[in-house]
Write a protein of this length. Structure first.
Length: 166
């Protein structure tokens, strides 16, 4: 990849992973990169998540079974996505896995995670119905994502609205 193109997110979103954020590894805080294990050869971290019910529908349609059907499904989606969209690129799934990846810190940097008094991250669009599903190290050169800024965004939630607090 010689130029910085955007992440081809369409197939991921169609598979239920409708939240994507690209970080350049060199720009991440050292306390985060220290949790990732060996990063030689990788330039970027791709944070994948979901909001809403699309992922659940896709897992059920795929016949997810076993001890970790959602994790297994997400790993298959990532593998299929790299094979179809990024042949020849190397990647390693760090989460799900045994590494203690600081998901909430990554989510905060992405603009997804907003702490609340009851210690659950709330998203203005999805409320608490979102989750981190994969952290992928890759040798890609995508444009890094901008942090989502919803500081002044109001999102209808039924008859109420949820406004992100500063």
């Amino acid at each position: 990849m010689s130029e910085r193109s955007p992440l081809p997110a369409g197939p991921l979103a169609a598979a239920g992973l409708n939240r994507q954020h690209v970080f350049d590894l060199a720009a991440l805080p050292a306390e985060i990169t220290a949790t990732l294990g060996a990063t030689a050869g990788f330039r970027q971290l791709i944070l994948l998540g979901h909001g809403g019910k699309r992922l659940w529908e896709c897992v059920q349609a795929a016949g997810g079974a076993g001890g970790d059907p959602i994790d297994d499904y997400c790993a298959r989606v990532v593998a299929d996505w790299f094979a179809a969209e990024l042949p020849g690129h190397c990647y390693r799934i760090v989460y799900p896995g045994s590494a203690p990846v600081p998901l909430q810190q990554l989510g905060t940097l992405a603009g997804w995670h907003h702490p609340t008094p009851f210690m659950v991250g709330i998203d203005p669009e999805w409320g608490s119905w979102y989750a981190y599903r994969a952290v992928v190290l890759a040798d890609t050169g995508f444009c890094p994502s901008e942090a989502v800024d919803r500081a002044h965004e109001e999102v209808p939630l039924g008859q109420q609205s949820l406004r992100k607090l500063p």
